[in-house]
Design a protein around this ligand. Structure first.
Ligand SMILES: [Zn+2]
Length: 314
């Protein structure tokens, strides 16, 4: 057993801790700035620390220049992170240990079904096809070379309080199904990595886009199985393009211009329901952030759920 893996809550770092955890698929765009600003202000206005974690779990989708671009953009926008940057690519041992823990608990199993098989055999739930649990009932072909690991779910309702959406509840088995924690190509799934790293880093508050709201019960389920603490959650409005799609690299969201940091921050704050006075619209980014830290209030956020078209950023 790897002794570096925190096993008990008493071993976690103490204090309020938030984080910004982008995938390094490209430079930051307006949607990622909103998540960075929101998570920074939420934890910093309470005197906590704000960590930067690069979620580089999926090398084929990544851009090797992205981590440096992300750091430069955060610096230009007066959003300094605390401590060292954590790269998920350096954390495979900890993910393996969590997987082994779940195997030991008899709460996960190998699955050799392809995506097509899952789509054909499963019913469609609110979040896509629900895996029918075929490999749970009929153990997979022992000679399969490519298989994923799925965690076995149950139908006990998982309830949590989101600071913006209020009480949320999901029944994993009937709404989501047994989900993948290690992919057939050998990479660990986001759901497992995020839970293991939030715990190891002592994250007490997760602030991110509302597109991840319905992932939260899966993460809470894993936290409970692994004996890890559950942070508080705040899901922010997400910026969309004029077609209603979330801003993303796939949708060709333009990268942020670091020379327009003040304008970008004014737009991000306005998007989050905070309206810096006109005399600050040409102030240095640090001044705007100081103003925002003083004025940050969760009640100013747009009511949930929202889809707000992002302003043009240059
Ligand atoms: Zn299967």
């Amino acid at each position: 057993m790897n002794t570096e893996m925190p096993q008990t809550p008493s071993m976690f770092p103490v204090g309020l801790t938030g984080r910004f955890a982008p995938s390094p698929t490209g430079p930051l765009h307006f949607g990622s700035l909103v998540a960075a600003v929101g998570s920074f202000l939420s934890i910093k206005s309470k005197g906590g620390r704000w960590l930067l974690r690069i979620e580089d779990l999926d090398p084929p989708r990544e851009d090797r220049h992205a981590p440096d671009l992300i750091r430069a953009t955060l610096e230009a926008h007066a959003l300094p992170w605390d401590g060292d940057v954590l790269f998920q690519s350096s954390r495979h041992e900890a993910y393996l240990e969590a997987l082994e823990q779940l195997i030991e608990l008899d709460r996960c199993y190998p699955c050799s079904c392809t995506r097509g098989m899952v789509q054909r055999s499963g019913k469609i739930g609110p979040f896509g096809p629900i895996y029918a649990g075929s490999c749970r009932q009929f153990p997979m072909d022992p000679y399969s070379v490519f298989y994923s690991w799925r965690v076995q779910t149950d139908d006990t309702p998982i309830q949590f309080e989101d600071q913006r959406f209020g009480t949320q509840q999901q029944r994993l088995e009937s709404e989501v199904g047994d989900f993948i924690i290690k992919r057939a190509d050998g990479y660990y799934a986001y759901q497992l990595a995020v839970v293991v790293d939030d715990a190891m880093q002592g994250v007490t508050e997760v602030v991110r886009g509302e597109d991840l709201l319905d992932n939260t019960p899966r993460q809470i389920y894993l936290q409970r199985l692994l004996g890890l603490p559950t942070p508080s959650y705040l899901h922010l409005p997400i910026a969309t393009d004029t077609h209603g799609n979330k801003l993303s690299k796939q949708n060709h969201a333009p990268p942020l211009d670091n020379h327009q940091a003040t304008q970008n921050l004014v737009k991000a704050l306005t998007f989050l329901g905070h309206h810096p006075p006109a005399e600050l619209h040409r102030a240095p980014p640090e001044t705007l952030i100081d103003w925002a830290l003083e004025h940050w209030h969760i009640d100013n956020l747009p009511a949930a759920p929202t889809t707000v078209t992002a302003p043009q950023t240059g």
